[in-house]
Ligand binder design. Sequence first.
Ligand SMILES: NC(=O)c1ccc[n+]([C@@H]2O[C@H](COP(=O)([O-])OP(=O)(O)OC[C@H]3O[C@@H](n4cnc5c(N)ncnc54)[C@H](O)[C@@H]3O)[C@@H](O)[C@H]2O)c1
Length: 388
Amino acid sequence: MRTGVWLVGARGSVATTSIVGGLALRAGLAGPTGCVTELPELRGPALPSFADLVFGGHDLATTPLSKRAEALADAGVIPWRLVAALPDELNAVEQELRPAPVGATQAHRADAVVRDLTSFRERHHLDRVVVVNVSATEPAPEPHPGHADPAALRAALAGPDEVLPVSSLYAYAAVLAGCPYVDFTPSTGLRLPALAALAEEARLPYAGHDGKTGETLVKSVLAPMFAMRNLAVRSWSGVNLLGGGDGATLADPAANAAKVQSKQRVLGETLGYVPQGGTRIEYVEDLGDFKTAWDLITFAGFLGTGMRMEFTWHGCDSALAAPLVLDLARLTAAAHAAGHAGPLAELGFFFKDPLGSPTHSLGEQWARLSDFTRQLHAGGDGVHDNVG
Ligand SMILES: NC(=O)c1ccc[n+]([C@@H]2O[C@H](COP(=O)([O-])OP(=O)(O)OC[C@H]3O[C@@H](n4cnc5c(N)ncnc54)[C@H](O)[C@@H]3O)[C@@H](O)[C@H]2O)c1
């Protein structure tokens, strides 16, 4: 199953690491550590192989992909030997990267993206293209009447207003081009009633949002533990220190607010109450793509005895995110091939703020994901409609 992986934000750290990783896996130069679709519980014939993946994408930036890869190698995010071994492959992907669209109206810009997606699909004889948003986090948008339904949206887009945030404009174009869509960021993406309705009409699956790679991943394991032992979590406070492009974007208070909101859901929804405390994100340029998260949890046990735990996570964000981007592209392609449409709640395992998933618990999400992939490999069970 030849599958296009179209990355919005294709020259960013996560995208570049995903591309180098995908090319290295295809060439047999690296193993699949971190790719959950290579675990025995998930591996199988329904998924496109790494060799089946063809990369392309959009970015505002123009820095050559090879230069971005070299910078990540200098920073210790990816091994230098891979960048040195893959110059032709990286150059081939470079030919498939397009500038962010321009046009007088958002309708014109969406059409330009649709043209880029359809010509990519045709040029490479792809069975399908999965669009994955790994672009910079954007602030939550102002409400607009065009967000409500497809007809209002089409009418509004033809006018002069900036109706959709950029992430949603790409999501709209993905739907028009018949492409499944994955949002790895906390941005709005496809989460507007008009876009969800259009995806439904086009029988397209989509998944999101905001990749769960570090502190929130740990939270989604620890919070169910406190709940299952009937321990009362009194406070949970976290500080995240990070650099890189993502860190610089999150220095903007509005983007920061979108990210913090996405990180907080796990506690309230797992514990059934919201403990005191919050998460603070701070930009520390010197940390580059490496993030430190420090969490302090206070909790009460039997007869109200107070206790505390703390943990420190030192993660390389792009190395944690990239294998999940490849997993999501493979799983979403297989779901599309099997006829699934609507939000893929079964992929909640991958996200901080999972669309349609009834649970934030990593264990429960894992069970759902393995059932889902088992069905995909077995040829499905006839229940293909995820549309609510
Ligand atoms: N790394 C992780 O562990 C992780 C986890 C969850 C979510 N994310 C999200 O993934 C996204 C990417 O992270 P990153 O570290 O690669 O950031 P980055 O800043 O390195 O990359 C973002 C890229 O998006 C591009 N971009 C910005 N606006 C654009 C537009 N309008 N059209 C096309 N491209 C545009 C930028 O030029 C840049 O190349 C962020 O939103 C981040 O919050 C990352």
